[in-house]
Design a protein around this ligand. Structure first.
Ligand code: FMN
Length: 337
């Protein structure tokens, strides 16, 4: 009998493999391989006469960590970006609009004669890498390529390379993390999305598998006990400080306005950043604590001199070995009729 670990490796190898982007199900699979908050996959996809509509799945929202649904809409933007890159690879020219008549949704219409963007090739390789990095600096030309690659209208990437500034942002990350970790509702919500072993991850096809973060595999009941015992501000803060200090730099995705249409754009920009980084051999992970807690978000806004612009996502980047991949639910589970 194969071990659970081998089952997991087989499941991820099958998932992160090429599909035909000319087919609706192929497009949806590429879309679902996008980054998304807590890997909750709070999205549904509907085939329309013009193309595809992407709808929020509020049953999978995160009421504590993401009470305003910012991350949910950003995650829809990540999926939209992947879907449009896949449509381009199939020779279609996608046009996107955030529709607010009736239900809020993303509408993507396909025109003729699209072209393949080189970022499409990175979709199957991208991952969030939550390990320590090796501290090597990213060359200036690659930093510029990241900024250019992540450009979408209404958003900007603000890189932070100065070590003193990185320490100031780290201070906010740790303070916001302390607030979140000390909140029993936050801990309970996170725990419900943790998958403590490969079997649980494969069964649900969603959530945060311990192996992706370099944590040991445990039976679910024991994982929950260990989580309750060990999820404490000091231990978590030590880990985040080490991770930030081993990274080459930080980058903040910032948008001009603070509304769902711009949160979608921020998600698109981030997904492009992640794909461009992947293409350049650069790893990245999120440190969103200071944008998730409103009082710390305002502090970050003023520290970075953003005026009224919203800091959407805080990222670290650098170099490291890959970690195990994450899973997704079957395409049929996310198709809306
Ligand atoms: C809007 C958004 C917010 C996220 N926030 C965090 C975060 O705060 N911490 C973290 O470790 N990962 C965060 N992630 C990464 C997701 O957990 C990750 O994309 C998901 O688990 C799937 O894994 P993969 O991207 O490696 O495929 C975020 C992703 C998105 C799109």
């Amino acid at each position: 009998m194969m071990s659970r670990r081998a089952d997991y490796a087989a499941a991820t190898a099958a998932l992160w493999s090429h599909r035909d982007p000319a087919e609706f199900t192929g497009l949806v699979r590429y879309a679902t391989l996008a980054a998304n908050s807590h890997n909750a996959q709070a999205w549904r996809f509907r085939q329309t006469s013009e193309g595809v509509a992407i709808l929020p799945d509020m049953a999978r929202a995160l009421p504590v960590a993401d009470s305003d649904h910012h991350h949910l809409y950003a995650s829809l933007g990540c999926a939209a970006e992947n879907l449009m890159l896949a449509a381009g690879a199939a020779g279609r020219a996608p046009a996107m609009e955030f529709a607010t008549d009736g239900d809020e949704r993303i509408e993507i219409a396909f025109g003729q004669s699209g072209s393949r963007d080189s970022l499409f090739n990175a979709i199957l390789e991208r991952q969030c890498t939550r390990s320590d990095y090796n501290g090597h600096p990213v060359p200036r030309a690659d930093l510029s390529a990241l900024e250019v690659g992540a450009r979408v209208s209404g958003c900007q990437v603000v890189p932070i390379e100065d070590r003193a500034k990185i320490e100031q942002v780290l201070e906010l990350i740790l303070a916001a993390n302390t607030a979140q970790v000390s909140d029993p509702a936050f801990a309970a919500e996170l725990r419900s999305w943790l998958r403590f072993n490969a079997r649980a991850a494969i069964e649900t096809g969603d959530g945060l598998y311990s192996g992706c973060s370099g944590n040991p595999s445990l039976p679910t009941f024991l994982g929950r006990i260990m989580f309750d015992a060990l999820f404490k501000p000091d231990a978590e803060n030590d880990r985040y400080a080490r991770q930030v200090r081993s990274s080459s730099g930080l980058a903040v995705i910032v948008s001009e306005r603070d509304d769902p249409a711009h949160w979608v754009q921020a998600g698109r920009s981030y997904q492009r950043f992640a794909l461009q980084a992947t293409a350049l051999g650069i790893r990245h992970a999120h440190l969103n604590q200071p944008v998730e807690v409103p009082s710390f978000r305002r502090e970050l806004q003023s520290l970075l001199g953003l005026g009224s612009r919203r800091p959407d996502l805080v990222l670290r980047f650098g170099y490291a070995q890959p970690m195990p991949r994450s899973l997704r639910r079957p395409v049929r589970s996310v198709i809306a009729t």
